[in-house]
Write a protein that binds this ligand. Structure first.
Ligand SMILES: [Zn+2]
Length: 203
């Protein structure tokens, strides 16, 4: 892939070209920029990466990223809304629009379309139920994607929360079918959020 014989540089190009949106060509450009700025870029980048590797973990309660040096934001004072998303990218998109300023719960994925209880084990659903119970939450906003998996997950969660009597809402259908939250434009997301509607459990 690279056309020089320096193993370290080849390795770096290989790693960088694995990043989203980057191929070998842009990876080479980045590596060149780094190499030409050893003190200014390589050193702080190496240090920061080491810190991130050492200190950043996923909170087992809310699924957000946290530093091992401080408490997670989910342990903050009482809150009455939780917005449930599939992944951190979705949370960042919603947060950047400023539509919603409350707490988040990051599931870490979706249930497969044919729901089986065991397959949900790696998702943070149990801890969501505990958060709702322990924080007298008034509303759970389900912001999973409009895909089959997203819908399955949303149904499963609203069913799991039935006994808590919490108000459960789902983003309005403005979200295109199969739509990933991460790729929605602000306007669509804003109206989906604003026009969210309550889910009723009829069974
Ligand atoms: Zn947390």
């Amino acid at each position: 892939m690279a056309d020089n014989n320096v193993k370290e540089i080849d390795d770096l190009i290989k790693i960088i070209s694995k990043l989203p949106g980057l191929g070998p060509k842009s990876a080479k450009r980045i590596v060149l920029k780094l190499i030409n700025n050893r003190e200014y870029l390589v050193k702080p980048l190496a240090n920061t990466l080491a810190q991130v590797y050492k200190n950043i973990i996923r909170c087992k309660i809310c699924g957000n990223l946290k530093s091992t040096n401080s408490n997670c934001i989910c342990l903050d004072k009482k809150y009455d809304q939780i917005c449930v998303v599939e992944n951190i990218a979705d949370m960042w998109v919603i947060a950047s629009t400023g539509i919603y300023k409350g707490h988040y719960h990051i599931l870490g994925g979706t249930l497969p379309p044919f729901e089986s209880k065991n397959s949900g084990n790696s998702l943070l659903i149990e801890s969501l139920i505990n958060r709702v119970k322990n924080n007298s939450v008034k509303e759970v906003i389900l912001a999973t994607s409009a895909s089959v998996e997203g819908e399955t997950t949303s149904h499963y969660i609203s069913d799991s929360l039935k006994d808590t009597k919490v108000k459960i809402t789902r983003l309005a259908k403005g979200v295109p079918v199969g739509g990933e939250i991460e790729f929605l434009d602000d306007g669509t997301l804003f109206s989906a959020f604003k026009n969210r509607s309550p889910i009723t459990n009829n069974d």
